[in-house]
Design a protein around this ligand. Sequence first.
Ligand code: PHE
Length: 457
Amino acid sequence: MSTNRQDRGKWGSRVGFIFAAAGSAIGLGNIWRFPYVAGENGGAAFVFLYIIFVIIIGVPVMISELAIGRYTEKNPVGAFRLLAPKSWWPALGMLGVFTGIGILSFYSVVAGWTLGYFVKTILGEFSGEITTGNLEVIYNTFVGNPVAVIIYSFIFISITALVVQGGVSEGIERWAKILMPFLFALLILLTLRSITLEGGAEGIRTYLLPDFSKVRAATFGKALGQALFSLSLGMGTMITYGSYMSKKENLVTAAGYVCFFDTLIAILAGLMIFPAVTANNLSMGEGPGLVFKVIPAIFSRMFGGHIFGAGFFLLLAIAALTSTISLLEVPVAYLVDERHWKRTNAVLLMAAAAFLLSIPSSLSFMSGGFFANIPVLKMKFLAFMNIIMGNYSLAIGSFFIALFVGARWGTGMIRSDFTENRLSPVVYNIWRFLIRFVCPIAILAIFIYIIVSGDYA
Ligand code: PHE
């Protein structure tokens, strides 16, 4: 399909849109972040809260973002300018633009690690008898080497920039459609291997049998943040993607599919990781290194594991790519639509900004380095960005998006998306109730709970 450069672009087909949106949603959030955050926060109890938040907050906010985007055919800033001129609402779009750069900056560091691990696997670093101790050393040495990490994230941001430069249907959509199914197949294969590992039962138990005594204020905040992060909500990604959607499509069912697949992949990733954690005597609270220590342990015990392992890291990098594309697309769409920049210049500037901001995250794992333990905050720079940009900013964004649709724009604007598509009015009423009351109140309650208990991170 040829895209007129003057044109903002459109998805080539309905399936294309679902793949692109699912490509944005499915990424490191599902496979890297979900298992380790779940592990640190009590396993099954966290997973339970996570699923609840996907249903009562994720799905309704996703429908709202897509609707705003499709109605306005604009980036988040432009969308709010159009729907609420001369008000503060466009600032909500700006928050999304900044959050996009912020998330992209630390996300591409971890995405760079996946490239590094792909190379390591190919070079045979994980072949032979591999022990937990070895995996630990390999991981620490790799992430502690800033030069390699910075180079890998630079490569990653550059690839992202190239695809985004290619535009909507030729770049983003084509990649997502071809590659996502492979990731899914490989995930199933590795899960099957993992759950049959000796010593894995303990991990499955931690993952599936909730222990609610482990739930603290921060657990709520993290489960909510994780749900929004994983679904790419709260910063206008879905407003931007919705803006390339045709009016003919049913955005309610599209949102349903995307949320369903995203959650399915996260749950599967947990099922792949947790048994292998206990089978290899790793700890649940392993932190951001979890996947990178566990995956090589799984494939080192598989026939032809070498190839599966390399394939896995490559596909994980690609899943990350379809997400970084959507992160970069938000600020780029803002510059192109609102400031009339050339797409190329917008891509260059925003990618450069994300790269500069990624450097302190890259330096976060250098032992004894400044960014490895920032004074006062007492945490790694990457962890700080992860919490501020990947949790709080998305939660604040989602809160105001719900408020905007519920109180300012009006839910009636989205009504026809339900009724014209033969969905029963009951579904519309449920959505309306969730977006007007449940979403804002639940998010606010979690913030208050966190502030009152002082349990921030
Ligand atoms: N949802 C992506 C993931 O799970 C990350 C992301 C967050 C992408 C916010 C876009 C916007 O990996």
